[in-house]
Design a protein around this ligand. Structure first.
Ligand code: NAP
Length: 248
């Protein structure tokens, strides 16, 4: 028996990077996958085909995570297509880095909308079917930067710290319904979001990471799998760092 057999997972921002790795990992464990993207139409189509070839049901939805109405429509569409939402991974996110003196109100708002409001938007929708089922697992992608801060990333760090407060609060609100809510705080993971770190000379970053390297999307996906499945059935309101030891 696979770990996520007969479960349906909704994963935001799975056309690339960590979200894509989570979608593949969950499908390997038997989950049906509903996922979203914003602009990567072709990559989303390719992922839909890749997941379907693994023998699970898969469908990509173009849906802006920062838009409340779009989240309502998305959840209704997924319920119509899949019948249930057992696992929700709020993964979609962006970074717009700037020193505070140069950070524009538009950049601040964009980051908050995509990273933090998005979590409110979709969590509010998915807890309805989960409450009915008296079961569910919600996983929110925070960041080590939300725990420690990082100069030049005040908007991003604030949005990711907000996710931690939201996660812990929701865990308390819905624990009695057997719905769990946890966060993952990745360190530097090799995706499009962090490609600029490599250009800047990776070695100088490795010195700050006890395990001496960047992480891989699949390593974050392993943590997501743990939080999604019954192996973590007594774990809620937690922040699991996947950062090569950077948070020490
Ligand atoms: P990525 O490679 O840049 O991919 C971002 C994904 O999110 C893409 O699928 C993108 O869709 C989607 N997306 C962005 N804005 C969206 C929106 N408004 N609505 C729907 N989808 C949207 O990022 P990543 O590195 O995989 O990061 C995934 C999550 O992990 C993010 O929340 C990020 O903050 C967090 N994280 C990443 C790292 C890291 O080192 N990479 C570290 C800590 C935390 P399109 O392809 O259509 O644009």
């Amino acid at each position: 028996m696979k770990l996520l057999e007969n479960k349906t997972a909704l994963i935001t921002g799975a056309s690339r990077g960590i979200g894509e790795a989570i979608a593949v990992k969950f499908a390997e464990q038997g989950a049906n996958i509903a996922f979203t993207y914003l602009s990567s139409e072709e990559r989303a189509k390719a992922l839909e085909e890749r997941l379907s070839a693994m023998g699970v049901r898969a469908k990509g939805y173009k849906s802006d995570a920062g838009d409340y109405k779009a989240a309502e429509t998305l959840a209704a569409d997924v319920i119509k297509d899949f019948g249930t939402i057992d696992i929700c991974v709020n993964n979609a996110g962006i970074s717009k880095d700037n020193l505070l003196l140069r950070l524009t109100p538009e950049q601040w708002d964009d980051v908050m909308q995509a990273n933090l409001k998005s979590i409110y938007n979709l969590t509010k929708q998915v807890i309805k079917p989960m409450m009915k089922a008296r079961a569910g697992s919600i996983i929110n992608l925070s960041s080590i930067v939300g725990v420690k801060g990082n100069g030049g990333q005040s908007a991003y760090a604030a949005s990711k710290a907000g996710i931690i407060g939201f996660t812990k609060s929701i865990a308390q609100e819905i624990g009695s319904r057997n719905i769990r809510c946890n966060a993952i705080a990745p360190g530097f993971i090799e995706t499009d979001m962090t490609h600029y770190l490599k250009d800047g000379g990776a070695e100088k970053w490795f010195e700050k990471i006890p395990l001496g390297r960047f992480g891989k999307p699949e390593e974050v996906a392993d943590a997501a799998l743990f939080l999604a499945c019954d192996m973590s059935r007594y774990v809620t309101g937690q922040v699991l760092s996947v950062c090569g030891g950077m948070s020490m």
